[in-house]
Every structure is written in C-alpha cells, then in structure tokens.
Design a protein around this ligand. Structure first.
Ligand code: TRP
Length: 334
C-alpha cells in the first residue's frame, strides 16, 4: 500500500536568515509544497536549548515566519506554526526521551561541537535536543524531512527512535521511518571570508554572509570584498576544488542561475574573478532583494503574522492530538 507522503521541517528562530538558509532550505520548502502536504515549524523550543533573550526570541520567531512567507510558503497550502504553540511536541519528546538511549545521544557530533570544551555547563536541553527533533517529526507521522547535511545524524536518530518505539510497543508501522531529503547540488553555502566554514549567522563579520534583508548596496559591497583567488577562473573541477572560496562563489552562482558548474566553468574559465563577481552580484540582488523587501513589509503587520501562526497551530494541533492519543494508548498511559 502506498503511504501518504507528508513533509515536516523545522527552522530555528535565529533571526537574520541568510543566503545559506535560503538556498539550503527555504527555496526547497516552497517547491516541495507544490508536490506534497507540508508542515513547516519555527522551532522555538529548540532555540532555548541555549539562552535566548525573551524579547529577541519573540522577534526572531516573527522574523522567521515572515521569511517563510516571503520565500513563497503559502499558509493555505502548508501548515506554518511555532513549535511551543502545540504542546504535543513537548509531551511526545518526554515519551521519546524514555525510548531513546544515552549511548545514541553520546554519538551526536553537533552536541559535542555546540557544548564545546565544557560539556558539564551545557543545558540538559541541548543534550536531548535530538529527541525533541524526533518528536517534531513523529508527532505528525511525517514521511519526508528536508534538512541540511548537518542534520543527517539527527534524522538517523529519529529513524532509530521510531523503529525502537514500533518494536518496544509491538506496533510495526505505527511510526513511519522518516526519509531525509537532503538537497544534492547545493553542496553547502560557505562563508564569504573562509570557504571551509559554513555561512553562519554566528560568524562575527557581517561580510561573511549575505542576509536576506541586505540592500543591493550591501550585497554589492560584500561580494566585492569576498575572498577569491589570485589566479584566473580555472576550467576544471579538480583545480576549482582546491580553491574553496572560489568554489563557493561559483557554486552560489550555479545554484541561483540554475546552470550546472561545468557550464559555468565553460563560460568563465580564463577570466578574472571580477567577471564572476559582477554577474554574481546582479543575480543575487535580483533574487534576494525582493525577498528582503517582502520580509520588511510583512514584519510591519504583526497582526497578520499572528493570524498565520494561529491558523497553523490549530491545524497542526488536530493532527498532533489524534496521533498523541494513539501514542498514549500504545505506551499504556491512561
Ligand atoms: N535541528 C534542526 C536545525 O537546527 C531544526 C529542526 C528541529 C528540525 N526540528 C526539526 C529539522 C524537525 C527537521 C525536522 O536545523
């Protein structure tokens, strides 16, 4: 029997989404919405695993919703809401905390990276964060999860948890085993200052990233300053691969212009990087500035964003409660 497909993904309300978030996630969300039922969640409960100033958290949730809408998500087609507004996430997370194993969490590389050298001081929430992520997905019995490559390990954990729950409670096929949807050609969007680091909101220099709200002028300046290479643009992948900053710019150009890297190299080999930079600036400006303007416009109408969240919460809650009812029964909770 063909199972109904359902997409779930979550984005942390970090504020200031950038080109990496756009090419790696948001753009893909909008196109998936054309093919399948989709649930997109602003994961505020994940965000508080590291301290957030309450005012900023609230602001960032609205900003993330505005970015969802500005990049083409449609609140009539897809369910758009914030995680904490559906209490089932926290409830299922607790139950899954009791299914998931300490040994499994100890293997999570993101915890090791985020907790840094003093793990004793990390919040317990940060440690069990992957169990909450599994709860997000399984609460809706989602079958497909678009995520960046950095979330692959967490998704594998969600699969293990689903499997163990189905085994422990003798209910084969109760939770579908979720499939990752990892965008193939967007090998990650990297920092404009260091081609080996992911583009990130936490890098100090704003010159390392293109924010969705950047003006044309800012984009122009940032691309001009972006690190490249003293030689000319090469004609083959092998050489390009050894030059991470140049590869990153060509990658971004290839992705936005929907031209494969080989064709870009054919067009540009032997030219100076300034040639690429001019074209790249143009194409980023035409793709990103309308999104930025739309975000700004949406942010002025809080009441509208609140309405969108409320509508999403109501729709999400119906599915969540129905599934949770069955989970409680399987586990033996009265
Ligand atoms: N952990 C994800 C990230 O940091 C966000 C996330 C939370 C998520 N819950 C999810 C992604 C469920 C996919 C499905 O990017």
């Amino acid at each position: 029997m063909e199972k109904k497909k359902l997409v779930f993904s979550g984005v942390q309300p970090t504020g200031n989404l950038h080109l990496g978030n756009y090419l790696g996630a948001l753009k893909n969300f909008a196109s998936l919405q054309k093919e399948m039922k989709c649930i997109y969640c602003v994961v505020d409960l994940h965000a508080i695993t590291v301290f957030q100033k309450p005012e900023e958290l609230r602001k960032n949730v609205f900003e993330t919703v505005a970015s969802f809408l500005a990049t083409g998500l449609d609140s009539d087609k897809s369910i758009i809401f914030n995680q904490s507004s559906v209490s089932g996430h926290a409830e299922l997370a607790w139950i899954l905390n009791c299914v998931s194993r300490v040994g499994w969490l100890n293997r999570m590389t993101q915890f090791k990276d985020k907790a840094g050298s003093d793990k004793e001081k990390a919040s317990v929430g940060l440690y069990i964060y992957p169990n909450l992520m599994a709860a997000d997905i399984l609460l809706y019995k989602a079958t497909h999860v678009p995520v960046g490559a950095d979330q692959k390990q967490h998704l594998e954990l969600s699969r293990d948890i689903a499997q163990k729950f189905n085994n422990d409670f003798d209910c084969k096929d109760f939770f579908p085993i979720p499939e990752p949807l990892i965008p193939k050609n967007v090998s990650r969007v990297m920092s404009l200052r260091d081609g080996l680091k992911k583009m990130s909101k936490s890098e100090d220099s704003d010159y390392s990233r293109i924010n969705l709200k950047d003006s044309a002028d800012e984009i122009n300046k940032k691309i001009k300053k972006a690190k490249t290479d003293s030689e000319q643009i090469p004609d083959n992948m092998q050489t390009l691969q050894k030059k991470p900053e140049a590869l990153n710019l060509i990658n971004i150009y290839s992705e936005i212009s929907k031209t494969n890297i080989e064709s870009v190299l054919r067009e540009m080999s032997g030219k100076e990087y300034s040639f690429l930079k001019t074209k790249l600036t143009e194409i980023i400006i035409s793709e990103i500035t309308p999104v930025g303007k739309e975000i700004q416009k949406l942010l002025k109408d809080k009441a509208h964003l609140e309405k969108i969240l409320k509508k999403g919460k109501e729709k999400a809650n119906i599915i969540a409660e129905e599934n949770l009812k069955n989970v409680r029964e399987k586990v033996g909770l009265i």
